[in-house]
Design a protein around this ligand. Structure first.
Ligand SMILES: *[C@@H]1O[C@H](CO)[C@@H](O)[C@H](O)[C@H]1NC(C)=O
Ligand SMILES: *[C@@H]1O[C@H](CO)[C@@H](O)[C@H](O)[C@H]1NC(C)=O
Ligand SMILES: *[C@@H]1O[C@H](CO)[C@@H](O)[C@H](O)[C@H]1NC(C)=O
Length: 447
């Protein structure tokens, strides 16, 4: 009797111990902060459901905001992000299924149950996980990575994710370069990551038709294996098929890439959230998917340069990274293919999104202003500023770029800043922008 009792007690203890261990393994070592706990607003209307079947795809992105390393500042950013997504981007709710803070907490967004609004063809079948921060600059914290792993484990255990789900970076399937390379580098080491690219290539193809079948350099994916190479060749061929069968459509505008038209006041509100206002954000050639120059450009003859020449591209404006990247690529293609130049003509381009797009950079001579190319830095504002002024962000970014050039001794201490129209037969940079630059410190009336 006694023995039986002991036995059953032991058995019970074992079961309890087992369950406890199981439980720990299940819940893992991370805190899931529910919507109620971070003070979420309700969604604007009911969100489309993700269905009951375990999902096969996890897409990783980033908030493009400042990072946060304690729960107070993470909460603050999460709340701002929700307001930003709903008020400025017109989303129904905060736009991610989960957000991962640098504090190691997981913040519930739309959860396992509801679709995000990021990339139409993926929204219905993926969980979007957004790392708080901008990983083109920051490196993800170990706590963040660990928490993500635990969340994914939980997802599999609760049958929200299929056992062999796939992880992709958002930039692998869109032309939006999120997350930044430092997070991408980490994702690439995860067991469920897959080295494919697909929709991204559409827009790339549009501008670079079959120039580079593999597109590998854009993604920084090392194609080591022959197998992988063949695979990408097949994918490439399929994509070309897609391209030609749909060549008449405007692929970019049809594919829900969120080309959002913001009013200038909205842009400043938006940028307050998305960027540290003090940062100069330069998108490198690799990051905007530049085609290689057809020949190596000449170096500037006069260094540091004695002139900075402001022009406009006389194209459509752009107010977000995706659209600016597209514009910059089109401009490069135009300069190479129509004008026969060896590369995009400018040293830098400045977008209405507040990013600088690297052209020929600080050291090479541009092809923008005859007689001045060998001693000047050519900076083009993306857009046409004959009748409208550029948004504040674009102006501020250009000023910061000039300042950076001065500090790094790429521009002479007494460099002259001029509008292209002062030394060339052109209206560029447009009346409105010209009026702006005439107020700048280095502007010169006699070039
Ligand atoms: C939380 O982080 C922010 C900035 O990231 C910092 O200013 C603040 O002092 C931190 N708060 C605590 C309680 O550590
Ligand atoms: C934030 O973290 C501290 C200590 O880590 C904890 O005591 C506090 O409850 C947390 N606050 C929230 C809102 O999660
Ligand atoms: C720069 O180019 C102009 C016109 O092509 C030429 O006259 C001038 O001598 C060049 N300057 C230098 C320093 O080579």
């Amino acid at each position: 009797m006694k023995m039986r009792n002991t036995l059953s007690v032991t058995l019970a203890l074992c079961i309890i111990l087992f369950i406890t261990l199981m439980d720990n393994a299940t819940v893992g070592d991370f805190t899931l902060v529910s919507r109620a706990n971070w003070g979420a607003l309700p969604p604007r209307q009911s969100l489309p459901s993700l269905g009951r079947k375990p999902l096969a795809i996890v897409l990783i992105t980033q908030t493009n905001s400042l990072g946060c390393y304690n729960n107070t500042s993470c909460l603050d950013i999460i709340r701002k992000k929700q307001t930003f997504d709903m008020n400025h981007l017109g989303k129904l709710d905060i736009n991610a299924n989960f957000l991962i803070g640098g504090d190691g907490n997981v913040y519930e967004g739309r959860g396992w149950g509801y679709q995000s609004e990021e990339e139409r063809s993926y929204d219905v079948k993926s969980i979007f996980i957004s790392f708080i921060g901008d990983y083109s600059q920051m490196v993800p914290a170990k706590e963040q990575v660990d928490a993500t792993m635990e969340l994914l484990k939980l997802g599999v255990q609760q049958k929200k994710l299929s056992k062999n789900y796939k992880i992709l970076a958002l930039r692998q399937v869109t032309n939006i370069l999120k997350p930044g390379v430092h997070l991408l580098d980490v994702i690439k080491t995860w067991p469920h990551w897959v080295p494919i690219i697909n929709l991204y290539a559409r827009s790339y193809l549009r501008n670079n038709i079959i120039k580079d079948l593999l597109f590998a350099h854009i993604l920084n994916i090392e194609m080591d294996h022959l197998l992988l190479r063949s695979l990408s060749l097949i994918i490439g061929i399929l994509l070309i098929g897609i391209f030609f069968t749909t060549a008449n459509e405007d692929l970019i505008d049809n594919s829900n890439h969120q080309i959002i038209k913001l009013r200038p006041d909205e842009i400043s509100a938006a940028n307050e959230f998305t960027r540290n206002p003090k940062d100069l954000h330069i998108i490198t050639r690799t990051d905007w998917g530049a085609q290689p120059a057809t020949d190596s450009p000449r170096q500037l003859k006069v260094q540091p340069a004695t002139f900075a020449i402001i022009s406009h591209t006389a194209t459509q404006s752009c107010y977000n990274e995706a659209k600016c990247i597209l514009n910059v690529r089109v401009i490069q293609t135009f300069h190479i293919e129509a004008k026969g130049w060896l590369d995009v003509g400018y040293n830098f381009l400045v977008g209405g999104d507040g990013n600088v797009y690297e052209g020929r950079g600080w050291d090479a001579a541009g092809a923008h202003t005859h007689n001045y190319n060998n001693r000047s830095i050519g900076i083009a504002f993306v857009g046409d500023f004959s009748y409208k002024s550029p948004p504040k962000e674009q102006i501020v970014t250009a000023v910061r770029l000039l300042d950076h050039g001065l500090k790094t001794n790429k521009l002479a201490k007494d460099y002259k800043l001029i509008g292209q129209r002062q030394v060339a037969h052109t209206q560029s940079p447009g009346d409105k922008l010209y009026n702006v630059i005439r107020t700048w410190e280095h502007w010169s009336n006699n070039p």
